[in-house]
Design a protein around this ligand. Structure first.
Ligand code: NIG
Ligand code: FE
Length: 409
């Protein structure tokens, strides 16, 4: 079906305030520099933003749509999720509340490893059915682009099945999904051979079948060493895949420095990062992605996002949606938490959840409402965009548009 002239070109009006960062990654104080257009109009042509400005200056078009006088912001980008899993971690949750640390459960073969057992046993169709409502919840919360990681497979067949599930989910959902191969937990025996096979077999297969756009490694005491992480990410580079890391969640082992050295798209978590890591990130293009859902759910320290921005780094925010460390199904709430827990201003949070989160995925075509960008945007319930990061619990998002079309939620 080719789009008719109406969907090809529509002028949106009834926008009390259109609020957007500039296109492309923003770092340091530039994260606070939003453009605000009062009584705005937005022209969409062929799924892209063609023009933005005051309504009185808008070009004449046959098709207009009045949004009713509310705030419009760019669609959110969730740059870090583990939305595909089977089983649950409710017993872990209770055990943690009773005092057993997350790392200790992992060391004892529980935690992530229990999700690996349940996920590896699930057929692809079941993974799709389980993940679909989670991704729909993220979409309702305003996420128009969502990264989804594998990583609960361990054996290669199960990792590939998770990535195939993401491909299937993309055919069912209108938001954009970006699949990442996550090398998450080492096997209990034979880890050197496992790392070797990830590099020589799994990464070439995933790259060859186009099943992922990036490779991520969990660099941590209970997971992969800095040396193993470097080997895996170098192999990913050799196959033209983007590279990312989970680093400094519990211990600053050198994962952040490795990310900066490799020119990774992003390094995520950073709860244990200190002054040396902040200096390294401020001097690098690598996006520092913080995950306040983990701080809330595990009671970990907050990642030093305030200090990172003050030092000049490029900071993004993600939900880290997963059953063990962040059961957070709402991209807007992740931004609201980043304001409370990580000390971002509302303006910085909007930038962190749009253009900077897009940059963490290697994307520069979305996250801002400016000519040439994708027409992914949100109409809020309120005329004041700050409700997006103020509201807790209820949804401040009324309508979600992807490529200029309202999606049903
Ligand atoms: O980003 N830290 C490692 N991986 C995930 C958690 C996965 C899990 O607990 O199931 C994270 O926090
Ligand atoms: Fe994660």
């Amino acid at each position: 079906d080719s789009p008719g002239p109406e969907s090809w070109e529509t002028l949106f009006t009834g926008i009390s305030h259109l609020v957007t960062p500039a296109p492309g990654p923003q770092r340091g104080p530039a994260m606070r520099e939003l453009t605000v257009v009062e009584d705005a109009a937005l022209l969409v042509q062929g799924g892209l933003v063609a023009w933005v400005g005051p309504r009185r200056d808008a070009p004449r078009t046959p098709s207009t749509r009045d949004l009713g006088g509310v705030a419009v912001v760019p669609g959110l980008v969730d740059p870090h999720t583990h939305a595909v899993w089977a089983g649950d971690r409710l017993a872990d949750f209770e055990a943690r509340l009773a005092g057993v640390p997350y790392e200790e459960m992992l060391a004892r073969g529980g935690g992530i490893r229990s999700t690996v057992r349940a996920t590896a046993a699930a057929p692809m169709e079941e993974l799709v059915q389980l993940a679909r409502p989670r991704l729909e919840a993220l979409a309702r919360s305003g996420a128009t682009t969502v990264e989804v990681k594998s990583g609960y497979g361990l054996d290669f067949e199960a990792e590939v099945r998770m990535l195939r599930a993401v491909r299937e989910l993309q055919s069912l959902l209108s938001v954009t999904l970006l699949p990442t191969l996550l090398i998450h937990v080492p096997p209990e025996t034979g880890r050197a051979a496992y790392v070797q096979a990830v590099c020589a077999e799994l990464i070439p297969q995933v790259a060859g079948e186009g099943l992922a756009v990036a490779v991520d490694v969990f660099c941590e005491r209970e997971a992969f060493t800095v040396g193993e992480t470097r080997a895996i990410l170098s192999a990913a580079r050799g196959h033209d895949l983007g590279v990312k890391l989970h680093a400094d969640q519990f211990h600053a082992l050198g994962g952040v420095e490795l990310a900066c050295d490799l020119g990774a798209l992003s390094v995520d978590h950073l709860e244990a990062s200190g002054p040396a890591q902040i200096v390294a990130l401020a001097a690098s293009e690598t996006v520092a992605t913080v995950l306040p859902g983990v701080t809330l759910h595990l009671g970990l320290p907050a990642a030093p996002a305030r200090a990172l921005i003050d030092a000049g780094a490029c900071v993004a925010v993600g939900t880290d949606l997963n059953p063990g460390s962040s059961p957070l199904f709402n991209a807007g709430l992740a931004l609201a938490l980043a304001v409370r827990l990580n000390g971002l201003t509302p303006a910085e949070a909007l930038t962190a959840g749009t253009v900077n989160a897009a940059a963490a995925l290697g994307l520069r075509d979305r996250g801002a409402l400016a000519a040439g960008q994708r027409a992914d945007f949100l109409a809020l319930h309120s005329p004041d965009w700050r409700d997006l990061v103020y509201t807790l619990g209820a949804s401040p998002v009324r309508d979600v548009f992807v490529g200029g079309e309202r999606i049903s939620l």
